[in-house]
Design a protein around this ligand. Structure first.
Ligand SMILES: *Cc1c(COP(=O)(O)O)cnc(C)c1O
Length: 389
């Protein structure tokens, strides 16, 4: 039987009847939008991520666009982010009319390089065409970015900091979640993410109460929230008072019900993913470049990504043995046609360019059996030895 790249069915079987009961309960209740599971899940998510507030929304992309809208980031503004990431990280800037500015990555962790970030901000300031407003750091492949250094750069320049933790929700650095350093942390519940639902979903974690109110308003068409109507009187129901331009950014109640179930086993799954990662490292580190987590960091291992010279050869050899692989990401965002006109850090993005040609990700999930993993390791060892000989 071929080895799955991600095994969502094993997780479903583990959760069993309680998961299906939770879904059916929502179906029977009729509270499909903003049912009670939404607030219950938001409280549980805030507790898990050690954030004062968590707000659910329709996707990880919406989670990124909502804070940009709340801060009124738009035309003439620059938001700094890595190019070695999923397109959504950079996509939200043009969506609000702002410009992404692409920054290089650290060669070991693949996460935002604080020096390249500082240089990019200085260059944009010197040029004087765009106003620096925010930084989006990404917890790529599940491990925390270098938040102490990145937050220091953002603070020095007076910029907001977003942690795009779509792949890294649950990761920590020195025991702290990314929101400890960032103004906002976002995540995605796309099914293949470490914490996924059964469709699209996302969340924004925030520290500031005013920002929370703005996002609550923006995710439902700019509806008036308590702080907008306090002390005022209305002739009509203020529910239909739209005080800002927002979006439909709600999460479905069914997805919150699914996520409440999944969150209950998430800590255990993170531990299991770390055991899988440790076994890969033990079985492969003498032959290929295996991932290294930042000192003091705990990854949630969205991906287990190695580097080889002959990526295509390795992928083909593994495919023959029933071992799937994937490449995240073959084309950095600044090399994609629609993004090629936006600024990059001074000196370009040499690390990003090299890594995009080398990385390849292996099967990784909490339910990977030792037998299956040994098969993956053996297939890689056989390929590397044959080709080095
Ligand atoms: C998946 C992902 C997103 C977008 O999440 P969606 O829920 O698919 O909209 C954003 N950033 C990163 C780094 C991602 O991996």
């Amino acid at each position: 039987m071929p080895i799955p790249f991600i095994d969502l069915q094993a997780q479903r079987q583990r959760l069993g009847q309680s998961l299906e009961d939770a879904i059916l309960k929502v179906v029977r209740s009729g509270a499909y939008i903003m049912g009670p599971e939404i607030a219950e899940f938001e409280a549980a998510l805030a507790a898990f991520g050690e954030a004062p507030f968590a707000l659910s929304c329709g996707s990880g992309t919406e989670a990124l666009v909502l804070p940009l809208m709340a801060w009124e980031i738009g035309p003439g503004d620059a938001v700094f982010c890595p190019s070695f990431t999923f397109a959504a990280t950079a996509e939200v800037m043009p969506l609000v009319g702002a410009s992404p500015v692409f920054v290089d990555i650290d060669p070991v962790t693949y996460n935002l390089d604080p020096e390249s970030l500082d240089a990019a901000i200085e260059a944009v300031k010197a040029k004087g065409e765009l106003t620096p407003r925010a930084v989006i750091a990404v917890d790529l492949f599940g491990q925390p970015a270098d938040y102490p250094a990145i937050a220091a750069v953002a603070k020095k320049h007076g910029l907001k900091l977003i942690a795009d933790s779509a792949q890294g929700f649950g990761c920590t650095l020195n025991g702290q979640h990314p929101i400890h350093w960032a103004d906002v942390a976002t995540t995605s519940f796309f099914p293949a993410k470490p914490l996924g639902c059964y469709g699209d979903g996302g969340a924004v974690l925030v520290k500031d109460e005013r920002l929370r109110d703005l996002i609550v308003s923006l995710r439902v068409h700019g509806q008036a929230v308590k702080s907008d109507i306090e002390g005022k009187t209305f002739e009509h129901d203020p529910k239909y008072l739209n005080v800002r331009v927002g979006i439909n950014g709600r999460m479905d109640t069914i997805q919150a019900a699914v996520l409440l179930q999944k969150l209950s086993i998430f800590a255990d799954e993170i531990a299991a993913r770390n055991r899988v990662a440790a076994r890969y490292a033990a079985g492969l580190s003498d032959l290929v470049t295996v991932p290294k987590v930042i000192e003091g960091g705990v990854s949630v291992w969205a991906q287990y990504t190695i580097e080889t010279q002959d990526r295509d050869g390795l992928a083909a050899a593994l495919r023959e043995q029933g071992v799937p692989t994937a490449v995240y990401y073959p084309i950095p965002i600044h090399r994609q046609g629609v993004y090629s006109g936006y600024p990059v850090a001074p000196g370009g993005l040499p690390v990003t360019e090299v890594k995009a040609g080398k990385v390849i990700s292996l099967p990784m999930h909490a339910y990977l059996t030792e037998d299956d993993q040994d098969q993956v390791i053996a297939a890689i060892r056989a390929f590397v030895k044959k080709n080095a000989a």
